[in-house]
Design a protein around this ligand. Structure first.
Ligand code: K7E
Ligand code: CUA
Length: 633
């Protein structure tokens, strides 16, 4: 009996302990096991949105953290047939005929140096373009570029603290303007470009502010100054040797490469004062003629990341062939510029002295690439060669306090709001380049891997591994409460040229070979659903989705064609279809929308060229009145 009592009491105690652990281990709890810390109950939401670049997939992945769930993919530089991105006329025009991009660095818009949740910018390195995604609807709304004179925008876009600018600096160099030259004349005839792209504060529209001509270095990464260093933008480069072949050897000769410190207000002022020359339509500043806009800071051995700490006092750069992070003082940088303590120049840009500006060297480990920050005065640096993250103190004694292994070959890392003025200090995500053996094998090429690490305690703790599709380079994480996505496009605000909002306006108009179909989509009809055209006609379907219910999108796909699109509630989209084949061509709703989704379809009748057709066709009055009645409800 005694034993029974002991067993019961023990059981009760265990139950209490278990309950208390589970009880405080809700989504994102800082206590509990690793599994509890990433567990977000069915029906509950994550605490963070994260935006991972899609690399040469040309798009952006949206994840929720801490669950590490992939929520959606935003098509940006690459067409996406499922939603018709690059298929309807507006998105096709935005892509400008290009169907590939290489997206490396997402950049969330900022106010006062903190993410404000308005827009996400992302670069297409290969096309020298920058896209703006509106975070109200998670849609790509502008693709700016190709930016003239700039070959491959890698150090891009890295917004300034009030999103005054996003930047693009060339990874490769070419002649500016591009012309017939010899590769061997690289040092003489080639140039790099650093471009400042203005962002309109009201709607985020990008326009070219200025370009700065540089020697043909390979510009690599960037970060904006903040706080005391607001107004300056920093760029790392490699290949100050000016090698044009065998770069892996020849571009690693110098002990020091450079950070360029750009005073973007001074650069813009110089353009506004007419000091730029116009090359290919761009205002280009040559530092030989326009002093005071850019200075060079030596940095050891082919650096990758350059990262400004949350207070804006320090600039951290990692020579990737080194075992140290060099930390520079912005105050010392300013003092050296004031005192004109220069050590020569490159391309008209004064070179400062390493020792004059250096604040500390932190021995983090091998292959330091990129640094992010927390809210307790620590920095986190990814170590590509050691496959580790090092945590170190920003400030005396500038020591490493913790390290954690990652699997494998980490590139960038992302800390929660970790490149802003106010990091949240909760998570770091390791963006690993190789995932060898971490997941079920799918053949010779494995997925990329990312790893969620808890940084709330003194020791970093690995919580979770998750695979990603090709190929996140950099990512950013923002508190979910900062985003307020819309649920429908209000019909009243629909200004699309092809929009119709009443059944009575549904019609087919023809002028010569051009046919415009003004069509409504509402559960579960297309109106009109009988389309009569002639062979050779260019048919433009303007489809308005009249729904005002969250998540009720209709598709519009045409049989035997490359033409498909998705129309979200309240939205109008236009798609071109060429009537090539005499006969009947069905079309249908390609996106599940209701119980009668399968019935949501229609027919196109194509008669031989020249058949007599009215300039205006309207759907059956009976169908119109049925739809009109449906819309009244
Ligand atoms: Cu792969 Cu920033 Cu393009 Cu680094 S990038 S690791
Ligand atoms: Cu509309 Cu399916």
């Amino acid at each position: 009996m005694k034993r029974w009592i002991v067993a019961t009491i023990t059981g009760l105690l265990l139950a209490v302990v278990a309950l208390s652990v589970l009880g405080c281990a809700g989504a994102g709890s800082s206590s509990g096991t690793a599994a509890q810390k990433v567990y977000v109950k069915p029906g509950e939401h994550d605490a963070y949105y994260a935006f991972l670049s899609g690399g040469h997939h040309g798009n952006v992945y949206v994840y929720g953290f801490p669950s590490c769930r992939h929520i959606t993919t935003i098509p940006v530089f690459t067409p996406e047939p499922a939603v018709g991105y690059g298929f309807d006329e507006d998105s096709k025009a935005m892509l400008g005929g290009r169907i590939w991009g290489d997206a490396h660095h997402p950049g969330l818009s900022e106010t006062d140096g903190n993410y404000d949740g308005r827009w996400l910018f992302i670069n297409d390195m290969v096309g020298a373009r920058i896209a703006r995604i509106d975070l109200k609807d998670f849609k790509t709304r502008q693709i700016f570029g190709p930016i003239p004179n700039l070959s491959a925008a890698h150090a891009c876009p890295f917004p300034t603290p009030n999103t005054e600018y996003v930047f693009a600096a060339s990874r490769f160099s070419v002649p500016v303007p591009n012309r017939a030259v010899h590769i061997e004349d690289y040092g003489k005839d080639f140039n790099g470009i650093i471009a400042g792209i203005k962002v309109a504060p009201t709607d985020g529209t990008m326009s070219l502010g200025f370009e700065i001509l540089t020697p043909p270095f390979d510009w690599d990464l960037s970060d904006a100054g903040k706080g005391p260093s607001h107004g300056w933008q920093f760029f790392t480069c490699y290949n100050t040797e000016l090698a044009y072949d065998s770069l892996e050897v020849k571009a690693s000769q110098h002990e020091m490469d450079f950070i360029a410190a750009v005073d973007w207000r001074a650069a813009q002022k110089a353009v506004d004062e007419g000091k730029a020359k116009t090359i290919n339509g761009a205002p280009v500043l040559d530092p030989h003629d326009v002093p005071g806009i850019v200075y060079l800071v030596p940095v050891p051995k082919s650096p990758h990341g350059v990262d400004v700490n949350p207070t804006g006092e320090y600039i951290c750069a990692s020579g990737k062939l080194q075992a140290e992070v060099s930390v520079y003082s912005f105050a010392k940088l300013q003092a050296a510029i004031q005192a004109e303590k220069f050590d020569g120049e490159r391309g008209g840009m004064p070179v400062l002295k390493y020792e004059d500006i250096l604040e500390a060297k932190v021995p983090v480990g091998l292959g330091p690439l990129h640094t992010q920050f927390d809210n307790k005065g620590y920095a986190y640096t990814s170590l590509f060669l050691d496959s580790q993250i090092a945590k170190w103190k920003v400030g005396p004694p500038w020591n490493v306090t913790d390290k954690i292994d990652v699997y494998y070959s980490i590139g960038h890392l992302m800390a929660s709001e970790g490149d802003t003025r106010n990091p949240t200090g909760e998570y770091v995500v390791a963006l690993d380049k190789l995932s060898k053996s971490r997941y079920l094998s799918v053949g010779p090429t494995h997925p990329e891997a990312a790893q969620l690490i808890d940084i709330r305690g003194p020791k970093m703790e690995l919580l979770y591994d998750f695979p990603t599709y090709l190929e996140p380079h950099y990512a950013q994480m923002i508190r979910a409460e900062k985003l307020k996505p819309i649920t429908v496009y209000p019909l009243a605000e629909n200004q699309h040229q092809g929009a119709i909002k009443r059944a009575e306006d549904a019609r087919i108009e023809r002028k010569g070979n051009r046919v415009d179909v003004y069509m409504l989509a509402v559960r579960t009809h297309f109106t009109p659903d009988k389309i009569k055209v002639n062979q050779g006609d260019d048919v433009y379907f303007h489809v308005t989705n009249l729904e005002q219910d969250d998540d009720i999108a209709h598709g519009f796909g045409i049989i035997w064609s490359n033409d498909n699109m998705q129309i979200e509630p309240g939205e109008t989209k236009t798609m071109h279809w060429k009537a090539e084949q005499v006969g009947i061509t069905p079309f249908y709703c390609s996106n599940f929308c209701s119980a009668l989704h399968q019935e949501m379809q229609g027919l196109i009748e194509v008669q031989p060229h020249g058949a007599k057709l009215a300039a205006l066709q309207r759907p059956d009055p009976k169908q119109v009145s049925e739809i009109a009645a449906l819309l009244e409800h």
